[in-house]
Write a new protein. Structure first.
Length: 282
C-alpha cells in the first residue's frame, strides 16, 4: 500500500510540474535555401516533429553576418552587386557564401542570393560534401566556381594589394550562377533566430535551448542551411570582435521544440518544469 501511495504522489507531482501556456503566433514565412554552415551527422528521422518534444544529442553551432574587414583578398566584381568586394569574403568558406550574410567594408549588409551550380571544394581543390559523418573530403575552403587553381590544382586567390594566397593562379573558373544582393537575406534576430533541418524541426517552430538561458533560451526556427543536418541547430548571433574569436560549438545538448502544429488555434501547450514561458515578441 505504501508503495502504491508513493507512486501516486510521484505521478501527481509530475503533473503539477507541467505548465500550460498559450504560445506566440507561429511565423509562416518560409526562407529560401541557404548555402550551409558547417556539418554534423544527420539523425535518421521518420519525418518532421508534429508535437512538442525534447530532442537530445543535439549539436549547437553559431553563425553571424561575417565582416568583410576580416578578409585580405583582392576586390572583384560580383553578380548582383554594384561595387567590388574582397573575393575570399564572397566565395570562401568563411565568408558570405557559407554564412549567408555579411557586412561590407562600407558598413552595409549583403547576402548570397543564389548558390549556383556545384558545391564546395577543399584546399586541394577536391569536391567535399556535407553528410551524416561530416564533410566527405575534409573541411570546405571555397565554392567550386569563382576560384583560381595553381599549377598543382590547389585553390588560391589574389591578395590585396598584390600577390597570391597559396601560389600563383594559373587557371580561373568563373562563378557558375552564384549571385549576391544588398541587404540581409531575411529578418533574422540575434539570439532569437535559429537555423534548422526542416526535415526534423519544421520552420516556424519555437525552440528552447537551455544552454542559452542567459539570452532568454527561446528562439524561432527561421532559417535553413545546406549543411544543417538532423540534430543540428545553428544560432544566429552578433559577429565576434575579431576573426577566430567566438562561434561556440556544443555537442550532446538537449533542446525543446514546439512545432507549428502545436501552436495553432491558440491551444495551450504544456511546458516541462523549468522552461520559462516564451516572450510574446518572439
Amino acid at each position: 500500500m505504501a508503495l502504491v501511495l508513493a507512486r501516486l504522489l510521484s505521478a501527481l507531482a509530475a503533473v503539477a510540474s507541467v505548465t500550460a501556456v498559450s504560445l506566440p503566433a507561429v511565423a509562416t514565412a518560409v526562407p529560401a535555401g541557404a548555402a550551409g554552415r558547417g556539418a554534423t551527422p544527420a539523425a535518421r528521422t521518420s519525418g518532421p516533429l508534429s508535437a512538442a518534444h525534447w530532442l537530445r544529442r543535439v549539436r549547437i553551432t553559431e553563425y553571424y553576418p561575417v565582416p568583410e574587414r576580416w578578409f585580405k583578398g583582392r576586390k572583384v566584381s560580383a553578380a548582383g552587386l554594384l561595387g567590388k568586394h574582397r573575393v575570399d569574403w564572397l566565395y570562401g568558406a568563411s565568408g558570405v557564401a557559407m554564412e549567408g550574410d555579411g557586412i561590407g567594408l562600407d558598413g552595409a549588409r549583403y547576402h548570397i542570393d543564389a548558390v549556383g551550380r556545384g558545391g564546395w571544394v577543399n584546399e586541394r581543390g577536391r569536391a567535399t560534401r556535407p553528410g551524416r559523418r561530416g564533410w566527405s573530403a575534409g573541411s570546405p575552403f571555397w565554392r567550386s566556381s569563382g576560384l583560381w587553381r595553381t599549377a598543382r590544382r590547389r585553390v588560391t586567390f589574389p591578395l590585396t594589394p598584390r600577390g597570391w594566397a597559396a601560389g600563383v593562379g594559373r587557371r580561373y573558373t568563373p562563378p557558375a550562377g552564384i549571385t549576391f544582393a544588398p541587404g540581409p537575406s531575411r529578418p533574422l534576430r540575434f539570439y532569437r533566430s535559429v537555423a534548422v533541418d526542416p526535415r526534423l524541426i519544421p520552420l516556424g517552430s519555437l525552440v528552447y535551448l537551455p544552454a542559452y538561458r542567459t539570452q532568454g533560451g527561446w528562439m524561432r526556427a527561421a532559417d535553413v542551411g545546406g549543411a544543417i543536418l538532423g540534430r543540428h541547430v545553428d544560432v544566429y548571433r552578433p559577429p565576434p570582435p575579431q576573426a577566430g574569436v567566438g562561434g561556440e560549438v556544443r555537442d550532446g545538448e538537449r533542446i525543446y521544440v514546439v512545432p507549428p502544429s502545436a501552436q495553432r488555434g491558440g491551444r495551450a501547450v504544456r511546458l516541462p518544469a523549468g522552461i520559462p514561458v516564451p516572450p510574446a515578441s518572439l
